[in-house]
Ligand binder design. Structure first.
Ligand code: SF4
Ligand code: SF4
Length: 417
């Protein structure tokens, strides 16, 4: 049999997109590994000090893909939706539970660590490329793990636009997307033709995300200052959360979804079923069994219906002693975790990035913000818990617990940011 003719660049792009779908990705596109204008503007953003404690953002290799890999010709960008069926933070927190206040873990933190889900899928793709393409080439897969700004590459691979809330939005699937990239020295035909512009910016005159941000983190449309962002405070910051921002943090214990939850493109995707509604089971909320139960967390059942999902949460509340979900968990449960239980609950979870003391610190702030509508019994319980935490040998936890007690007692008012 005559050997098959090698694929041309266009055929390679079609082939890799098909393989990406087989590997479980919802979207795939290819961009040339060129210098993207957004990356060139990054220096100014860094000079303004917006990176805060995130020193890795200063890595000069992030400024262009050819700095990340010498001789790079293409970047293959893949996306997987984590828009599960559960309601949005704006819906859940709009009617607070005054008996058992609920906190919010950012949607991306409900399931398994996305690195552990995305990277093996990218490696499947990479191995298939090595088997399929006879020639020698270099390639490396990244999921937030190296000097590649995936969302910028995703724009030039035709996956969406960079929105005013700084996320990549796909017109059909919204912005709850995990992104991964393979940078390679192989040449592919870019998904966008030479005369084709990236997908248009469909934010228009909307500014819901900017107006809804509780800490006014957007210094202007498309520019966010992480040093004002709840996600930065609750995940990246290792020290004390600036007091002026604590009241505005509300019930957020890990991250914040508000600027995505208010976005009409996410609401539209959910309503029309354009998103895959958490098709990858590892992204669905973990249900944590008591220590005597299974060691591995189980998953909330897959349901595209919000009503069922809400009912499931009510049901979880009734059986709170039996199991806990990472979807809108009770703040008292989070604040009461000891280190061993924390490690068990958040094994291979994105929430581990906050570290134990960071998460308890965040839960103290959320408890401080849980008044004034609390039922007397709940208030008494929470005060006792905070008094215990205020006696913690860890001054970071103790100080935030003292602040929360003062706030519950009305001695700390919300300051207008
Ligand atoms: S994640 Fe929350 S705090 Fe951060 S910019 Fe968005 S709305 Fe503001
Ligand atoms: S809320 Fe409006 S302005 Fe913000 S990202 Fe969505 S469409 Fe754009």
């Amino acid at each position: 049999m005559a050997p098959m003719a090698p694929m041309n660049e266009r055929e390679r792009t079609e082939w890799v997109s098909g393989k990406a779908r087989e590997a479980g990705f919802d979207l795939c596109g290819v961009a040339p590994a060129s210098r993207f204008p957004e990356l060139e503007r990054m220096t100014e953003w860094l000079e303004r000090g917006h990176a805060g404690e995130m020193r890795y953002l200063h890595d000069p290799r992030r400024l262009s893909l050819d700095r990340a890999m010498e001789g790079a010709k293409s970047v293959i960008v893949c996306a997987a939706s984590y828009r599960t069926a559960e309601p949005l933070s704006t819906e859940v927190l709009a009617s607070p539970d005054t008996a058992r206040p609920r906190g919010w873990i950012s949607r991306y933190g409900w399931g398994d660590d996305y690195h552990d889900v995305m990277l093996p899928r990218l490696r499947i793709l990479l191995n298939a490329m090595r088997e399929e393409f006879g020639e020698e080439f270099r390639a490396h897969a990244y999921v937030d793990t190296g000097p590649v700004v995936e969302r910028v590459a995703a724009k030039y691979a035709g996956l969406g636009w960079l929105a005013k809330n700084t996320c990549l939005i796909n017109q059909k699937m919204g912005s709850f997307l995990f992104l991964g990239a393979i940078v390679t020295t192989l040449a592919f035909e870019p998904t966008l033709g030479p005369a084709e512009a990236p997908p248009p910016d469909l934010c228009g005159s909307c500014r819901r995300c900017i107006d809804a941000c509780p800490t006014q983190a957007f210094v202007e449309p498309y520019v966010m200052d992480p040093r004002r962002c709840i996600a930065y405070f609750t995940i990246e910051l290792r020290t004390s959360i600036p007091e002026e921002f604590r009241p505005a943090m509300g019930q957020m214990v890990f991250g914040c979804d508000i600027c995505q939850d208010v976005c009409p493109w996410n609401q539209k995707a959910a309503r029309t079923g354009e998103s895959t509604l958490g098709r990858i089971p590892e992204f669905r909320p973990r249900v944590i069994l008591p220590p005597s139960g299974a060691d591995t967390p189980v998953r909330a059942p897959l349901s595209p219906l919000r009503e069922e999902s809400t009912a499931r949460n009510d049901c979880a509340s009734e059986t709170a002693e039996a199991s806990r979900s990472l979807f809108a968990p009770e703040i008292e449960w989070i604040a009461s975790l000891d280190e061993e239980e924390y490690r068990r609950v958040f094994r291979r979870s994105p929430v581990k990035r906050a570290k134990y003391r960071g998460l308890i610190r965040n839960a103290c702030v959320a408890l401080g913000n849980s008044g004034p509508g609390l039922e007397p019994e709940a208030r008494e319980r929470i005060v006792k818990l905070l008094e215990r935490l205020a006696a913690s040998p860890d001054e970071l936890i103790a100080e935030h617990a003292r602040w929360a007690l003062d706030r519950l007692n009305g001695q700390v008012a919300a300051k207008g940011l």
